[in-house]
Design a protein around this ligand. Structure first.
Ligand code: NDP
Length: 329
């Protein structure tokens, strides 16, 4: 495993981490969750990602039980939560001081830890003044309940505003983003966030490196495999994305990428994950898996990364044809 500093912070996170969206407390049995976390940890994964909204808190409960059962020393792993969607009642969602603090306490209880290493604002909240959210997050850090706080899917402008408020008011600033980043979703990460990475030293833990499974080739025949997330109740929106116009428009590229992967002696998921790892602004790629064999396949991306030389990267770039345009002069 390789470890990368989370932006300019001193914290080291494994280049591959493991998350529980869709899976823990929902798609997968507890035994599978435990087997995956154990294999991940044994292979050097030190960061486990979670959120209050995942399976309405059940995902954190499952992860907390496993962490306790494994008995891992607290200084050998990093665990996160995210606040935004905690329930339907008015003060159960958003980024008000009340919800930010209560969601943190609830996550600590469910995850069975004394502090969260990373705590993210899961989305921006236009209904709460940015000062209120920054101060609430900063206070949690001062109280020792959170070590680092960050944002997820905020625009660069919103993040700069939060950093600005923190500087002006001598509060703790956010230090990392959790954005979607994969071969089919690049613009924001590679272009909009450039200044954040280069000038503010922002770190990144990126999500859906396989575009929810599209970059495995499993949707190429126009059907969702019975055991895939696209077939789960409540995931109709994702099914539509994977099998509809968006998914279909990627099929030719996926077929060509399968050839590149084969030439490198890799699986397509390994190629797609290794490609994310090649971006030096990525601190950690968060993997998702609904069974152990997927996780084992995906962890193999570490060995594929060195094979992705300039020539192979160029071949991928030609297939994708979506490199964000950045003016160089
Ligand atoms: P991916 O895009 O990698 O999708 C993972 C899913 O793809 C698996 O659950 C599995 O689904 C399928 N899959 C994975 N590996 C393989 C393989 N080798 N062969 C075949 N199928 C495979 O990542 P996620 O979308 O799960 O995101 C990763 C993590 O990022 C989440 O767990 C969460 O922690 C975080 N996240 C954060 C978000 C945010 O807003 N901050 C949003 C989304 C995710 P299946 O078997 O069902 O087909």
């Amino acid at each position: 495993m390789e470890y990368r500093r989370l932006g300019r912070s001193g914290l080291q996170v494994s280049a591959l981490s493991f998350g529980s969206w869709v899976t823990f407390g929902n798609q997968v049995a507890r035994d599978t969750a435990e087997a995956c976390m154990k294999v991940a940890y044994d292979q050097g994964v030190n960061f486990f990602d979670n959120a209050e909204v995942y399976a309405n808190g059940k995902s954190e409960e499952v992860m907390g039980e496993i962490i306790e059962k494994m008995g891992w020393a607290r200084d050998t792993f990093v665990v996160s939560s995210k606040v935004f969607w905690g329930g339907d009642k008015p003060n159960q969602k958003g980024l008000s001081r009340k919800h930010v603090v209560e969601a943190c306490h609830a996550a600590l209880r469910r995850l069975r830890v004394d502090y969260l290493d990373l705590y993210y604002c899961h989305r921006p909240d236009p209904n709460t003044p940015i000062e209120e959210t920054v101060r609430a997050m900063s206070d949690l850090v001062s109280q020792g309940k959170v070590l680092y706080w960050g944002t997820s899917e905020w625009s660069a402008q919103e993040i700069q505003a939060a950093i600005g408020v923190a500087r002006e008011q001598n509060l703790v600033a956010p230090t990392m983003e959790q954005p979607q980043y994969n071969m089919f979703h690049r613009e924001r990460f590679e272009k909009e966030y450039l200044r954040l990475f280069n000038e503010s030293g922002y770190g990144s833990t990126i999500w859906s490196p396989l575009a929810s499974g599209l970059l495995t080739g499993k949707y190429l025949d126009g059907k969702a495999p019975d055991d895939s997330r696209a077939n789960l109740e409540g995931m109709g929106w994702l099914r539509e994305r994977l099998l509809g116009e968006f998914g279909q428009s990627k099929n030719e590229a996926i077929r060509q990428l399968q050839n590149v992967a084969a030439d490198l002696g890799a699986s397509l998921p390994q190629l797609a994950i290794a490609w994310c790892l090649k971006n030096p602004h990525v601190s950690s790629v968060i993997l998702g898996a609904s069974r152990l064999s997927q996780l084992e396949d995906n962890l193999g991306a570490m060995d594929v990364m060195p094979k992705l030389d300039a020539q192979a990267m160029e071949r991928v770039e030609e297939i994708l044809g979506n490199k964000p345009h950045i003016i160089q002069w």
